[in-house]
Design a protein around this ligand. Structure first.
Ligand code: ZN
Length: 382
């Protein structure tokens, strides 16, 4: 789920929303303001139901945000790079670029989310008690009461031991701790996830047949999503384990054809693009120091009539926006940043920031395919 709108940073973590969040927001708002609240508390003006529904929906999303922020902050504290949080159709996702190095960290990062939801449930529950003690038994009580219940549901649902739910990650951490085998643990948690997904789809289908309405469809959607995500996770675990020990230097392309930054785009096309089979070129300055990366995609964005007057420097992706790795970076750490980068390529720089190679998603795919052929990787550990 891509972020459609960036909201900003909270505690240093990038927070964004995907447009599908509007669907769930509308469902909650309408469900409360036009359904549950008027049914439970009759005779209030329409605006009162709308305000109560609006407050409940906004606080629900803030609760969701707190849950995801907890994952992100604990991950970052444990040395896992965090790309950001995105709220979408099925709640929130904290996108982590790395993985836990030990089962205890895995457990902490996974467990803190449901823990925060439980604490919020207890907090709203206490507030509900206080409200009824103060005689505020109308819509204010309805709002905090609903928030207590929904946060508890969120915690419990997320604790189901099925990846990609938090409970699945907890399961993974526990199996990992017991067996010492991370791949086996991840595969087991993912298979549990797939089973749970199938179960939800079946439940949803049964509900659609037995009960009129859209509730069943919702279960089916969530189940289908969990199934797909669990399958992807299992594959990722297998790939990561196959690539274990393989370093960037084992698969990178080198030497690479570099382009001086002072060329015009037209010169680049004539002298380099037509003359080589490459689709991307590292850009260097007069001393050969890397300055960025230019791809056929970037060149295509420059209209033909402007290519003589536009420089390579102005067109290339600058170095600080390009993924850079070292020859000794494990390939498993390159997977996530590379596949989320626009260029799908990373520059390989040595310890003196000199350009020594280029690694692309094609190189990664090839490494994975070779490992599937059973060819042992050349280990370059010294
Ligand atoms: Zn979570």
């Amino acid at each position: 789920m891509k972020e459609t709108l960036r909201l900003g940073h909270i505690a240093g973590v990038r927070v964004g929303v995907n447009w599908t969040v509007l669907v769930i927001f509308t469902l909650i708002f309408v469900g409360l303001a036009a359904g549950q609240f008027p049914m439970t508390y009759e005779g209030r003006p329409t605006w009162a139901y709308a305000v109560a529904g609006g407050i409940a929906a906004v606080l629900f999303f803030l609760s969701l945000l707190a849950h995801e922020l907890a994952h992100a902050i604990v991950a970052r504290r444990n040395g896992i790079e965090v790309e950001g949080i995105v709220l979408w159709l099925f709640g929130g996702v904290a996108k982590l670029l790395g993985e836990a190095e030990d089962p205890a960290t895995d457990l902490r990062v996974a467990g803190v989310g449901p823990l925060v939801s439980l604490v919020l449930a207890a907090g709203f529950g206490a507030l509900a008690l206080a409200f009824s003690g103060l005689g505020l038994t109308g819509l204010p009580l309805a709002v905090v009461g609903w928030l207590a219940v929904i946060n508890a549901v969120l915690a419990v649902f997320n604790l189901v031991p099925a990846a990609p739910l938090d409970g699945g990650r907890v399961l993974r951490a526990l199996i990992w701790r017991r067996t010492g085998d991370r791949t086996r643990a991840a595969v087991a948690a993912s298979r549990a996830g797939r089973t749970f997904g199938i179960l939800l789809v079946a439940l949803g289908l049964a509900e659609i047949i037995l009960v009129p309405g859209f509730g069943g469809l919702w279960f089916m959607l969530i189940g289908w999503f969990i199934m797909a995500a669990a399958g992807a996770e299992e594959q990722h675990a297998q790939v990561t384990s196959r690539l274990g020990g393989v370093l960037v230097r084992d698969v990178m392309s080198h030497p690479v054809v570099t382009v001086p930054e002072h060329l015009s785009v037209a010169e680049l096309v004539e002298q380099y693009v037509w003359a080589s089979r490459h689709s991307s070129f590292p850009v260097v300055d007069g001393d050969g120091a890397p300055r960025g990366l230019i791809t056929l995609g970037h060149i295509r964005e420059v209209p033909a009539e402007q290519r003589h007057t536009t420089s390579v420097r102005a067109t290339a992706r600058p170095l600080d926006e390009v993924v850079t790795v070292t020859p000794a970076t494990p390939l498993t750490e390159v997977l996530a940043p590379l596949s989320s980068s626009g260029e799908r390529r990373a520059l390989v720089l040595d310890e003196h920031d000199r350009l020594v190679g280029l690694v692309s998603t094609t190189d990664l795919t090839r490494a994975i395919e070779l490992s599937e052929l059973g060819r042992p990787h050349e280990r370059t550990h010294l």
